[in-house]
Design a protein. Sequence first.
Length: 273
Amino acid sequence: MGRKGQRMKKGMAVLSMLLLGAHAFAADMPAKADADKERIRSMVKEVLREYASSLSPKHLNADAKGLMQNIGQDNRNFMRTHKAGYFKPFADGQHPRATVITCADSRVHTHAFDASPDGDLFLVRNIGNQIATAEGSVEYGVDHLHTPVLLIVGHSACGAIKAASGDYSGESGPIKNELDTIQIPKGEGGIGSVVLNVHNQVKYAMGKFEQKVISGELTIVGAVYDFRDELKQGQGKLAIVNVNGESDAKKLAQLEIVQATEQAPARGRRSPY
Ligand SMILES: [Zn+2]
């Protein structure tokens, strides 16, 4: 019998003993405190977890196996190509320049707009790129790490925006909670609502971090990562749609921060490798 088999056998034996014990316990001491019952429940749960972890590999979904093979391979490649010098700048602490909120959508990743995010982007992700559902994380980046930029990134074809514009009453409580905070009109879940949600998030952030924005300590940038070219600025464009509450395209184009974004990258940008 292999190690897993032994562990499973042991787990089942312990489970049987616990169940027998719990049965005798309940019969002999019906008035025992709830805390003790809870303790037994948690012990049974622990044994069941142990049992689940010992299940045969044949239970592993083929897609899950393939993915984990890819993850393992990519991580080995990463370790082979990144030596101690790569980790040195951020191994002992982080000094990110931006707190970034993006949607959790699998098509949105920072490599579209930052070739070296390590130690530089304090990244918060959730459905609909919202502050309200990850407020503590955003505060941590802005108030504790003092990032000079808060970048909020919406994206084309956002499922959260589409869902929030329709009837989502059939969703689970936790999902409903994260859609309730997206304030967009019903019936319009396209790029217009994606942009509106970014504006709403910037407005929310302006209210939260007003003093930092006024003092110039923080700049809040709202953008849309447009991988479908729905804004007609080019496929894959990170289009800036709002800076500190300003959303007029002509006025935005005059801002130094927008002009800097549109220019060639600054010299001396650190390489990811
Ligand atoms: Zn999304």
